[in-house]
Write a protein that binds this ligand. Sequence first.
Ligand code: ADP
Ligand code: MG
Length: 411
Amino acid sequence: MAKNIVLTEELKKHFGFDTFKGNQEAIISSLLAGNDTFVLMPTGGGKSLCYQLPSLLMEGTAIVISPLIALMKNQVDAMRNFSEDDNVAHFLNSSLNKTAIDQVKSDIISGKTKLLYVAPESLTKEENIEFLKTVPISFYAVDEAHCISEWGHDFRPEYRRIRPIINEISRRPVIALTATATPKVQHDIQKNLGMQDAAVFKSSFNRTNLYYEVRPKTANVDRDIIKFIKANPGKSGIIYCLSRKKVEELAEILKVNNIKALPYHAGMDGATRSANQDAFLLEEVDVIVATIAFGMGIDKPDVRFVIHYDIPKSLEGYYQETGRAGRDGGEGQCIAFYINKDLLKMEKFMQGKPLAEQEIGKQLLIETASYAESSICRRKSLLHYFGEEYNEDNCGNCDNCLNPKKQVEAK
Ligand code: ADP
Ligand code: MG
C-alpha cells in the first residue's frame, strides 16, 4: 500500500498527473517488481507512461524499442518537456550523425539518460550491441509489439530479432506493449519474446462512444458520402481509401461540392503532405481524404467521423482506423462502405506475394467479409475478434442494434 502512495506522488512529481489511467499503476508495479509484463491497451490508453515512469525510478537506462523515427522523436520531445534535463531521454537511429551518437553514448555512460529509444535496425547493429553490453540497463520496453507478428497490421521482420539481442546484451525484465489484441498476435508476441510467463494486463477494447455502421457500396457512394458530410456540418472527419488515385479523385469531388477537404497519401511530396495534415489539425479544412498512411501518431481528439470508402484489409486495421474518431470520448461515427467485389480485388493484389503471406491475407479478408455481412451487433463482432466477450443484448450504438432488420447486400 505504501508503495502505491509513493507511485502516485512520483506520477505527480514527474508528469504532473493526479491519478493513473486504467491499470497503469498495476502495470508499473509489476515492472518495478522485476516481472516480464505484457500490456494490451487501446490507442490513447496511456501505454507510454507504463515504461516512462519506471525508467525514472530504476537504476540504469531503459531501452525502448519503437518502430518509427517520427514517433520516437515525438516521445523524446514529450519526455524532455516533463523534465528539466534534456539528457533524460535520447534516441538512437539512422537519422543521427557521429557527433550526435557520441553525445548520446556519453550521456548514457554518465547515468543521465534514463530512457533510450532505439529503432530495431539500430539495435541489431553490432557496435550498438557492444556498447549496450557495457552500460547498466534497467529494463527493455518493446513498444508497438504487434510488429513482431505476421498477423499484426504492421509486421517488421527486425522485431523478431529482439529477444536474441536482449540475451546478448543483458537479461533484464521486458515490458511489451500493443494496441493490437487479437489472440493470434498476443500469442506470437509472447512466444517470440520468450515471455509466456509474463504478467498480462489487458484493458477492454470497447469504445462505447463509437457508432459503427456498414452500408452497401453502390454506384452512388460519392453522393452518399457528400450527403453524410452535409448532414454533419462543421465536423472533422477522415475518409480512408485504399488507393492514392482514389484519394485524389474523392478529395476533388468533395471540393467541387463545396466541402472543405484535402488529400493525404504517401505519394505526395513531404511539404504538401504536412501542410494538408496541419490544415486538418488546425481545422482549416473539415475533411481529410487519406490512405492508411494518415493517422499513425496523430492525436486529434475531436474527429467526429471516420468513413471507409473501401473496406480495409483486416478487421484489426478497421478497428485502428475507426479508433481515431472520438478520442475525447465524444461522438464518433464510423461508416464503412462495403461491396464484396472490393475484397476480391484485394485478393488479386496479393497474388505476387509469398504463399504464407497470401494465406494470412486471405484469412483476414474472410474475417472482414463476415463482419461486414453479418447482422450481429458490430461491437460484439469487433470485440470478439479481439478475444473479448461482449454480453449486452443491444449495444444501442451500431446499425445492427438500432435497426435489427437491416441486412447489408453483399453483391
Ligand atoms: P498510447 O501509447 O496507449 O496510445 P499514450 O501513451 O500516447 O497512449 O498516451 C495518450 C495520452 O494520455 C497522452 O496525451 C498522455 O499524456 C495521456 N496520459 C497518460 N497517462 C495519463 C494519466 N495518468 N493522466 C492523464 N493523462 C495521461
Ligand atoms: Mg503508444
